[in-house]
Write a protein that binds this ligand. Structure first.
Ligand SMILES: [Zn+2]
Length: 187
């Protein structure tokens, strides 16, 4: 093994160890809806997208330790006052609730629905984790996806930007500190 190969091998090992360590960061998500095959497929894809950045989603509604689950509801009809392209909303400052407009997501081509639903889930959960209503120029955290983005997400998930990932990690630190504080208050 020459020195260059050795360094590459070490770098891969370090990255793998690091990813494994970060994967311990768990986020509980409760989907307040019937688990149709479309919902189950979307959940699986959303889990893979977060796993790629070292965050493990736990699809459970019950409380796990001191951590409250993020609650996602599917609204059968988007309220009249919502902008036409809007597919969901989150309450980042409140930190718990997400509402997805199922009627709007369902209007996509049937083969697109699970991946669009997965991306909406990931986008809104990211707002909650970051704790601020911000968007990126590209990728899953773009304010509004265009037809190219919708076409891409059916075969390859839209990525997080480096800044998205950084803010998620910082948001997770803040959430963990808050829930620890809250559990200490209860005792
Ligand atoms: Zn958004």
């Amino acid at each position: 093994m020459d020195i260059k190969t050795k360094i590459t091998a070490l770098a891969i090992l370090a990255a793998a160890t690091c990813a494994a360590g970060e994967a311990q960061r768990k986020v509980m998500v409760c989907m307040d809806t019937t688990p149709t095959s479309e919902v189950v497929r979307a959940q699986a894809q959303a889990s893979r997208m977060f796993a790629a950045i070292g965050v493990k989603l736990g699809w459970r509604c019950s409380k796990s330790g001191s951590q409250e689950a993020i609650v996602i509801s599917l609204a059968t009809r988007a309220p009249e006052n919502r902008k036409p392209g809007e597919l969901a909303y989150a309450l980042p400052y409140e930190g718990t609730h997400i509402v997805i407009f199922h009627d709007r997501v369902s209007k996509m081509a049937p083969n697109q629905v699970p991946s669009v639903l997965a991306h909406v889930l990931v986008h809104e959960v990211t707002h909650i984790l970051q704790g601020i209503p911000r968007h990126s120029e590209s990728g899953v955290m773009k304010a509004q996806w265009d037809s190219n983005d919708f076409a891409q997400m059916t075969w390859k998930p839209l990525p997080f930007t480096d800044e998205d990932v950084d803010l998620i990690q910082r948001g997770l630190d803040a959430r963990e500190a808050r829930s620890l504080l809250a559990s200490n208050h209860v005792q």
